[in-house]
Design a protein around this ligand. Structure first.
Ligand code: AMP
Ligand code: AMP
Length: 361
């Protein structure tokens, strides 16, 4: 694994007055670039030919590096180019979706805003569960085998696939039937079935709070909340029950976009405490803990119980709903604050205080 000393050596060669904010062209790149530009930093986008149009039509990247696929981020030439631009990379969902954590931790010598070790905690369901439990959060039960199913479960597949192929089951029999259906629709493979993760399905609504842990200010901030818009589950209500039964519809949870949310104010107390506890626990698990953005994925029941089913130790695409501002960012900062800009602000403060080493790994 790349040590902080090795990253410090790369940083020593950097011109701190010409830091460039870089990321892969997808997920929350526009959010990150806009924030960097508003804070007066340069930007670099590593993207594929397919998505180049996005960064041409929204011209927020000062440099665009075209690669055939995202794993080329690891190529020596690309890394050298990024280092010459004094780049600090902002990891997002595509980093873990298209590269594996081993590659990110051992082969990427460009300083990253965030704690690389936590990307590994995030990628591993067991470790993630340990982290959240240690932080004292309420989690859905998990079922080791399909035979244990005794209520509603959601079946998940490995990796951040944005909910593609997830399905619900309420018994061993319905699980087997649905697996067969998913296989025949090509939504999952036999190999996926081996690694299936069965989680208690929480009946309630999904709420995704976005937090920022500032190393410089030593503070955990709540900057926004979203809910997801998932296909096909979110529009099944438009098909009457009769027709649903007629067609034996199997819903899926493919992420299409996000919808901003404000919460019943009293819920904020618990959510704010949860953010603090997650940060405190992370410090003990992988020092210095979370650097910058993180998000909890929660489901809140009719009894106002908050269940957390996942954590992302990096910017999430749900923060895109706050580009410009969100009510919570507004309450703390006034207008024009959002995750991409908050990241850039932290980088700028770190440069000013000569603490850049504290916020990258
Ligand atoms: P993409 O570049 O669109 O393939 O996205 C990269 C990864 O991030 C995939 O695993 C997606 O499922 C995930 N992702 C992209 N957009 C969102 C979103 N709005 N909310 C949650 N996850 C997302
Ligand atoms: P994930 O890939 O874990 O973020 O899950 C994708 C989607 O599945 C979420 O946005 C929720 O709609 C749903 N979901 C996941 N886990 C649960 C759960 N334990 N209870 C209820 N809904 C869930």
């Amino acid at each position: 694994m790349i040590t902080r000393e090795e990253i410090d050596r790369v940083l020593q060669r950097y011109d701190k007055d010409k830091i460039t904010v870089g990321t892969l062209g997808s997920h929350s790149a526009l959010n990150i670039f806009k924030g960097a530009k508003e804070e007066g930093l340069r930007t670099v986008c590593v993207c594929t030919p397919r998505n180049e149009i996005i960064y041409r039509k929204f011209p927020l990247a000062d440099h665009v590096i075209i690669v055939e696929n995202f794993t080329q981020l690891l190529d020596e030439k690309i890394q050298e180019k990024l280092q010459r631009l004094n780049t600090i990379l902002i990891p997002h969902g595509s980093f873990t979706a298209y590269l594996n954590t081993e590659q990110l931790m051992s082969n990427l010598y460009v300083p990253m805003f965030g704690n690389r070790q936590l990307l590994d905690w995030e990628a591993n369901r067991e470790k993630q569960r340990e982290w959240l439990l240690k932080a004292g959060l309420k989690l859905p039960r998990i079922f080791r085998t399909p035979r244990e199913i005794d209520g509603w479960v959601i079946a998940k597949f490995p990796g951040a696939r944005g909910g593609r192929g997830y399905f619900l089951a309420s018994s061993y029999e319905s699980f087997e039937r649905k697996v067969a259906a998913m296989l025949s629709r090509g939504l999952v493979t036999e190999a996926d079935i081996e690694k299936i993760h069965l989680q208690e399905y929480i009946i309630g609504v999904n709420v995704y709070p976005h937090y920022f842990h500032s190393i410089i200010e030593n503070e955990v901030e709540l900057l926004g909340v979203d809910r997801r818009y998932e296909s096909s589950i979110d529009n099944l209500g438009r098909i009457p029950a009769q027709e649903q039964l007629e067609n034996e519809i199997t819903p899926s949870y493919t992420i299409i976009g996000n919808i901003p949310l404000t919460l019943r104010e009293s819920l904020l107390a618990t959510l704010l405490e949860m953010g603090d506890k997650v940060v405190e626990t992370a410090k003990r698990l992988a020092y210095p803990g979370i650097i910058g953005p993180f998000c909890l994925e929660t489901a809140i029941t009719e009894n106002l119980e908050i269940y957390t089913f996942e954590i992302s130790a990096r910017i999430v695409a749900g923060t895109n709903v706050g580009i410009g501002t969100s009510p919570y960012a507004y309450l703390k900062y006034g207008g024009k604050m959002y995750m991409g800009r908050r990241i850039a602000m932290e980088i700028k403060s770190a440069i000013e205080q000569e603490r850049i080493n504290d916020i990258v790994t």
